[in-house]
Design a protein around this ligand. Structure first.
Ligand code: HEC
Length: 110
């Protein structure tokens, strides 16, 4: 009984399908606009945050860094070098001190 219903259903579906004559119309491709939430995308602090904003947002968010525990200046220095060595962050050595300054004053222990 169930088998008959399935076969009948398939036959009706086949009848209802629009006839294709060998070629199908390509779907129209249209542009659309997406509003992304703005969020706290950047490290706050204006010009003092330029170096860290320019170097530290390619792989993770500012929040991810700012939510870490406060560290000493030397620990932040080691952290920045870990990003460069372990994770191959393309950070210019001349930007490192400005980044460490920012981290030590924003999330520092001393
Ligand atoms: C090339 C990609 C990349 C860049 C650029 C980068 N990081 Fe990271 N960072 C990572 C990865 C990968 C992790 C570890 C995995 C994770 O937690 O997402 C990480 C983790 C961290 C952590 C968490 C603690 C830890 O050691 O895991 C801190 C803090 C951090 N990064 C700070 C920075 C700062 C500051 C900069 C800029 C100097 C920076 N990152 C730039 C890839 C990067």
């Amino acid at each position: 009984m169930r088998h008959t219903v399935v076969v009948l259903g398939a036959a009706i579906a086949a009848l209802l399908m629009p006839a294709t004559d060998g070629h199908q119309l390509a779907p129209a491709i249209t542009s659309t606009t997406v509003e992304l939430p703005s969020g706290d995308a950047l490290f706050p602090g204006g010009a003092n945050a330029d170096a860290i904003n320019n170097n530290c947002l390619a792989c993770h968010s500012a929040d991810m860094v700012l939510n870490q525990p406060a560290l000493s200046r030397s620990a932040w220095d080691a952290e920045v070098h870990k990003m460069i060595k372990a994770y191959k962050a393309p950070i210019d050595e001349s930007d490192v001190s400005a980044i460490v300054d920012y981290l030590a004053s924003t999330k520092g222990t001393n």
